[in-house]
Design a protein around this ligand. Structure first.
Ligand code: HEC
Length: 200
């Protein structure tokens, strides 16, 4: 009940404001409460000076999410950033790897130590949410919901959302990211992004 009421309030506040002026763009800093996606988690690993063969194996392997998750656990000795990951982060990274690896051969950097990873790695579910889910309502509407992947795919196919131009592969990835990382308690949302504190 509480979530539905909250959602209704956030959506209502957003839409009444929409008529008056466009939504103010959120700064990256305001959005740090939304958990890192696989691109960022993998960038953190790539820039931590891991053994080259370990990094190459992450970029060139082909596994299911569960298999990647076990693989990451098994390799945490050799790749220190993996040791400090929470279970949810490991699963988020495993999910990302299952969608994007192996990288096409011509996208695997020749020199792994001097790579601009932001350009090299494909977008993750968090990127897809920030790129596609802020145009009509604030991101709070999205990231405070607890839903299964199937339910998220349902949300994405409602009339309001079917028009969004993302591929079906991107919908899958976004739904998978949201299943793992949405459901953020409202207390963790910056005040200005809560319905009551909205300034738009
Ligand atoms: C083209 C405009 C538009 C964009 C872009 C948009 N939404 Fe919405 N969204 C709506 C409208 C309109 C509503 C309220 C009506 C409804 O519930 O369908 C809504 C409501 C919602 C709700 C609350 C209602 C529900 O279904 O539980 C969620 C969750 C949601 N959107 C998720 C998303 C996600 C995820 C994205 C990014 C992929 C997104 N929205 C992008 C128009 C949009």
């Amino acid at each position: 009940m509480r979530f539905n009421f909250l959602t209704a309030a956030v959506v209502a506040a957003t839409f009444s404001a929409c008529l008056v002026q466009p939504l103010a763009a959120q700064t990256a800093e305001q959005l740090t409460f939304i958990p890192a996606g696989g691109r960022t988690l993998l960038t953190n690993i790539a820039t931590s000076k891991p053994p080259a063969d370990e990094l190459k194996a992450l970029l060139t392997g082909k596994r299911s999410r569960d298999d990647w998750s076990s693989y990451l656990k098994a390799h945490s000795q050799a790749v220190p950033p993996l040791q400090s990951q929470s279970d949810k982060q490991r699963l988020t990274l495993a999910d990302y790897l299952s969608f994007h690896m192996p990288l096409p051969a011509n996208q695997v950097p020749a020199n792994l130590t001097r790579t601009d990873w932001t350009r090299t790695l494909p977008k993750d579910g968090r990127d897809l949410a920030l790129d596609n889910c802020q145009g009509c309502h604030i991101i709070t509407v999205v990231v405070t919901q607890v839903r299964t992947k199937t339910a998220w795919l349902g949300t994405l196919s409602t009339p309001a959302h079917a028009v969004i131009k993302i591929t079906s592969a991107e919908r899958e990835e976004l739904a998978s990211y949201l299943e793992l990382n949405a459901g953020i308690p409202i207390e963790q949302v910056p005040e200005e992004l809560r319905a009551s504190g909205a300034t738009y």
